[in-house]
Design a protein around this ligand. Structure first.
Ligand code: ADP
Ligand code: MG
Length: 373
């Protein structure tokens, strides 16, 4: 049994920024909806603009680390935002990739995808397995990979690999590593090992229908891939790198989803974690915060050692082009962006609603668009 030695990797310990990418999914019009066209569009690989509902003669422009337009493939998203951070996980560093955005905007497509268009999760798991098998035998280290899969639902931590489990606690060890006592870890050495556990566990996710989306996801799904490497020398050293791959709950404003009772309670809890996440990302990216409020929610507490610090993090904000998503898109962009610029030019003359309407009526018109599944 290897003696556990805390190893400093010599990396710069100052808080690192969270890289922020925005992905706009293709227009999926509903009958009668397509006349409006999109309300948001990309300008180049880092900038996009959205209609300014307050003033139709203006657009609002945003700048991000990356902008992925509707034609961007799953492979392109993976190669530019996720693949570069994976080698760090084999060196005992932590990383997190999370998909943010309103329900229906493409979070699950981005993270999970489909068999024809696999997303970040299957691609990252394959890539980590490939990196480890390329290393094996090299450099005097032995590698092992394991997976855990949990959801945070109503501020409770539930083990998706052990469906009858109770709410699990989140703890911190003396080296400031965050861990969950009792969480299932399954050793994986091939992609089919992973898939055999991941697919049935995904079905345990709590989903409930809301007016927004029949399969609206009300919980944060957190996949943890842990790479442990042990040095084969006399005095064995061990390093652990953690990769979190997270499909966040929908960021939509529950005042417009018709949520009541239990659903409203869920939305409140979801908003606590998302609200805290926004504060954490904001304080990391502004670089001015003296205290990053990780402890204020389960999600950020869990990510405390894997978001900021010397960890490598990417947030992919998913947005939808249709007008019925307008306010959710606007608030998702404002969460993601540090800066925005109001530009004095109409979005396009054809698609901007007649500017004679008073602002309140126009905002009502946008808000009242039917939002089906
Ligand atoms: P969310 O998980 O954010 O609620 P989904 O990933 O379920 O959203 O996406 C909603 C719908 O849009 C799904 O039918 C999905 O397949 C489709 N979709 C999302 N993003 C894309 C994309 N980039 N290309 C093609 N279809 C997409
Ligand atoms: Mg989803």
């Amino acid at each position: 049994m290897a003696q556990r030695v805390a190893v400093s990797d010599g990396a710069n310990k100052k808080a690192t920024r969270v890289r922020v990418a925005v992905r706009l999914r293709p227009f999926i019009g509903q009958p009668g909806e397509d006349d409006d066209g999109p309300c948001v569009r990309g300008l180049d690989s880092q900038n996009l603009e959205i209609v300014n509902w307050r003033n139709a003669t203006e657009t609002v422009k945003y700048h991000f680390d990356a902008f992925y337009g509707e034609k961007t493939t799953q492979q392109e998203v993976f190669l530019s935002s996720v693949k570069p951070i994976l080698p760090h996980v084999l060196n005992g560093q932590n990383a997190s990739v999370f998909a943010y955005g309103p329900t229906g905007a493409g979070k699950t497509h981005t993270m999970l995808g489909s068999s024809e268009q696999p997303g970040v999760i299957p691609r990252a798991v394959r890539a980590v397995l490939d990196l480890v098998s390329a290393k094996d035998g090299d450099e005097g280290w032995d590698y092992s990979i394991d997976m855990s899969y949990l959801e945070i639902y109503n501020e409770r931590v539930l083990d998706l690999l052990s469906p009858n489990s109770q709410d699990l606690p989140i703890r911190e060890d003396k080296d400031k590593n965050i861990f969950i006592p009792g969480l299932t870890h399954i050793s994986i050495s091939s992609f089919s090992d992973f898939d055999n556990h991941f697919v049935p566990a995904s079905l345990n996710r709590t989903t409930a229908s809301t007016k927004l989306n029949q399969r609206s996801s009300r919980s944060h799904a957190v996949l943890l891939i842990k790479v442990v490497r042990t040095q084969r020398a006399l005095r064995q050293r061990q390093q652990t790198g953690k990769l979190y791959l997270i499909d966040l709950a929908g960021s939509e404003d529950n005042r417009r989803t018709g949520n009541q009772g239990i659903r409203l309670k869920e939305s409140g809890a979801i908003n606590l974690s998302l609200f805290t996440l926004s504060k954490v990302v904001d304080s990391l990216n502004s670089g001015t915060a003296t205290r990053v409020p990780y402890r204020d929610s389960k999600l950020t507490r869990l990510l405390q050692d894997s978001l900021g610090g010397s960890a490598h993090s990417v947030m992919i904000t998913n947005i939808a082009p249709e007008y019925r998503y307008y306010f959710d898109t606007f608030s998702a962009l404002n969460f993601a962006a540090k800066s925005k610029l109001v530009v004095n030019k109409p979005f396009t003359r054809e698609t901007v609603a007649a500017p004679v309407l008073p602002v309140c009526l126009r905002s009502e018109a946008i808000q009242r668009r039917p939002r089906g599944s």
